[in-house]
Design a protein. Structure first.
Length: 202
């Protein structure tokens, strides 16, 4: 708990913007994750029942516009039924969105690493400045290897044991909220009961 208080102090003084930037991009990542999960059932339903899309004219028009088969037909002569074309388009859109989500999550990891590296630099520089301005007797009585270890190894352990778990807790909480909201869309009553039971048990 003490490490989290130290981390919160560092965030409030030096890393406000980067922290909120990380939260912002994590929320966007949550929408990507939940939307990807939410697409699984419609895509499977569409594969099992290709005629289902005819009940939704707007989506059908979009599928016809984005269909990779129609695009390829500009270069090749591909004979395929409209139902198979719809299935192929459904799978194509799902994997396209999945790839976009994958690259975004890579970008999110880069944002997180930049934030963590910034905290590492802040702590390391504070320790370095603290040691530099110590009296000469302090440096005579203290091994330089110990000071270097404090700046590098100890700071690295703090990052590993405090900063990363803190960010992981935030990310997992945001992603779980997104999944719960998705479940509320599909099954609000069952989700409410399940969430209530889990909260009572915990």
């Amino acid at each position: 708990m003490k490490k989290f208080k130290i981390l919160a102090l560092l965030i409030s003084q030096n890393q406000n913007f980067n922290f909120y930037l990380f939260i912002f991009f994590t929320i966007i990542g949550m929408f990507f994750e939940t939307f990807t999960i939410g697409l699984i059932i419609p895509v499977i339903s569409q594969i099992l029942n290709p005629d289902l899309i005819y009940n939704y004219p707007l989506i059908l028009n979009f599928f016809e516009f984005i269909s990779p088969i129609r695009i390829l037909n500009n270069f090749f002569n591909i004979n395929i039924s409209s139902q198979n074309e719809i299935v192929i388009t459904s799978v194509f859109l799902f994997f396209l969105f999945f790839c976009i989500k994958f690259f975004y999550m890579v970008f999110l990891e880069w944002i997180k690493s930049q934030y963590v590296y910034g905290i590492y630099n802040i702590i390391g520089n504070k320790l370095l400045n603290l040691y530099i301005y110590q009296p000469i007797l302090f440096h005579i009585n203290t091994s330089s290897s110990k000071l270097i270890a404090n700046i590098t190894t100890e700071v690295g352990m703090f990052i590993t044991n405090a900063v990363f778990p803190y960010l992981r807790l935030i990310s997992e909480t945001i992603f779980m909220i997104g999944i719960v909201l998705l479940l509320f869309v599909y099954q609000p009553q069952a989700t409410f009961i399940s969430v209530t039971i889990v909260l009572l048990i915990s």
